[in-house]
Design a protein around this ligand. Structure first.
Ligand code: ATP
Ligand code: MG
Length: 459
């Protein structure tokens, strides 16, 4: 009985006998077979059919297989091509594989071998298609928006630096898009097929960061019940994103330096030196040069990391990006919530343009999310936007406001101390009476006296 599979194969050969016998074998194995006796016929089939693989003779009456191979690769880059060669054409067949042919067979050849190779070619092209689909999907998900000259420069840098495998240090205030730039660099590199590994150096307590990065051997500390791979190993053949690198403990920095410089690591509690092939991208919101001067960051590590620097300017310095970003977030966030995109009136956009955005792009995204969830309007007015932005202003409590709050608290404390002193003096330091006059419990009065250091004045 014939096996069925879902694949279609084009076989191109001017040898009618070979064409017919190879077609029969393929059909017996469940393939849908299309044929061409020359380059012209092959091109007609290639135009119209959805194909999964091609078996192509190197020498054809009207063209040569290499020319056709190049054309197929150009038009259908995922289509695997297996070459058939006659006597004395091995050199050409080798050239064909260099050009991307999956494999070649010298005629006469066992059809069984062709079948095995065809199976492998189909598997690997399916994997390649999936890989490309995943990368394209991720590129869309992590798409970066920006029209300002500053962001255009960042995009140009990404374009140039991504495939180069060089180490990159990304600078930027909180929420400017450092992680997004790291992802863009990874996704546009040869390493994109493997997931980028991220370590946030400030979120992990210092003593745990070492095992997190380098892994550990079984029994290297209490609780190490089994050997554990570290992030350096997980990132092998991929990218390691060291986020908030400026917060890394000085004691750990020499080990990281060695890993970066020589691609060598040792697990905690282990003696074996393990080689890793990792691309490093680091990010910081600190001035690392200043940290080096203050001896808070090793100079040698700083120089190793900052081969290429990418600065992402704060949003307030590239205001022309604000309307586009706002729209981009609003469309995505409303789609997630299955509602029509909320429009922003020109007055609302003007308010966005005036606001200082201390939390940068993240703050803008969060604001759009708030509006997508809370707003009942189809179009947000200037006043409504003002209301949301005022909430942001209040919750942000920038430095000046903090200092103002501290002053208020000081005033409150001073007033309270004065009142306690006055009431105690008036009551002749009768605690019970003073507490009653102040409307507080006696125990509270005692603790306040202690807290403020109130003392009886000698008259
Ligand atoms: N140019 C941009 N286009 C689209 N989205 C952006 C852009 N810049 C930042 N974002 C979005 O803003 C948010 C913050 O970005 P990201 O996490 O990359 O910033 P960060 O600099 O790493 O922040 P932090 O310093 O707080 O870690 C994310 O949701 C990200 O997708
Ligand atoms: Mg980040």
């Amino acid at each position: 009985m014939k096996k069925k599979n879902k694949y279609s194969v084009l076989v191109v050969d001017d040898d009618a006998r070979l064409l017919s016998s190879l077609s029969s074998i393929l059909e017996e194995n469940g393939y849908r077979v299309l044929t061409g006796a020359n380059g012209h016929e092959a091109q007609e089939v290639l135009k119209d059919s959805s194909l999964d693989a091609v078996i192509l003779d190197l020498i054809l009456p009207d063209t040569d297989g290499i020319t056709l191979l190049k054309k197929i690769h150009h038009e259908k880059p995922f289509l695997p091509v297996i070459m058939l060669t006659g006597h004395g054409t091995i050199a050409k067949a080798v050239e064909a594989t260099k050009l991307g042919a999956f494999d070649f067979f010298e005629k006469p050849t066992e059809f069984k071998r062709i079948l095995i190779t065809l199976g492998n070619a189909l598997k690997s092209s399916t994997l390649e298609k999936e890989r490309t689909f995943l990368i394209e999907d991720a590129l869309e998900r992590y798409r970066m928006i920006g029209v300002s000259p500053a962001m255009k420069h960042v995009f140009e840098m990404i374009e140039k630096v991504a495939p180069a495998d060089s180490r990159v240090l990304i600078y930027g205030e909180n929420g400017t898009g450092k992680e997004l730039v790291a992802r863009a660099l990874h996704l546009r590199s040869e390493r994109a097929g493997n997931p980028m590994i991220t370590v946030n150096c400030s979120a992990i307590p210092h003593d745990l960061l070492e095992t997190e990065l380098f892994g550990h051997e079984k029994g290297s500390f209490s609780g190490a019940i089994q050997q554990q791979k570290g992030k350096f190993m997980l990132a092998s053949r991929s990218t390691l994103f060291l986020d908030e690198i400026g917060e890394m403990d000085l004691r750990l920095q020499p080990k990281v330096l060695r890993a970066i410089e020589n691609g060598e690591i040792q697990r905690v509690g282990g003696n074996d030196v393990i080689n890793v092939d990792v691309r490093f991208i680091a990010a910081t919101n600190r001035d690392l040069k200043e940290a080096v001067q203050k001896k808070q960051f090793r100079e040698d590590l700083f120089f190793r990391l900052s081969v290429i620097n990418i600065h992402i300017p704060p949003l307030r310095e590239r205001r022309e990006d604000i309307p586009l970003l706002a729209e981009h977030f609003m469309i995505g966030l409303c789609r997630q919530r299955k509602r029509q995109p909320v429009q922003l009136s020109p007055a609302a956009v003007a308010k966005l343009l005036e606001y200082p955005w201390p939390g940068n792009v993240r703050e803008l995204r969060n604001l759009m999310e708030k509006i997508a969830v809370l707003s009942d309007s189809e179009i947000v007015s200037g006043e409504e936007m003002d209301m949301y932005l005022n909430e942001n202003r209040r919750s942000q409590s920038p430095m000046e406001d903090n200092s103002c709050e501290e002053t208020l608290a000081d005033i409150r404390r001073k007033k309270e101390k004065d009142a306690i002193e006055a009431k105690l003096a008036a009551a002749g330091w009768n605690h019970e009476k003073a507490a009653a006059d102040l409307g507080i419990a006696r125990s509270t009065l005692f603790s306040k006296i202690k807290e403020y250091g109130v003392k009886r004045k000698k008259s």
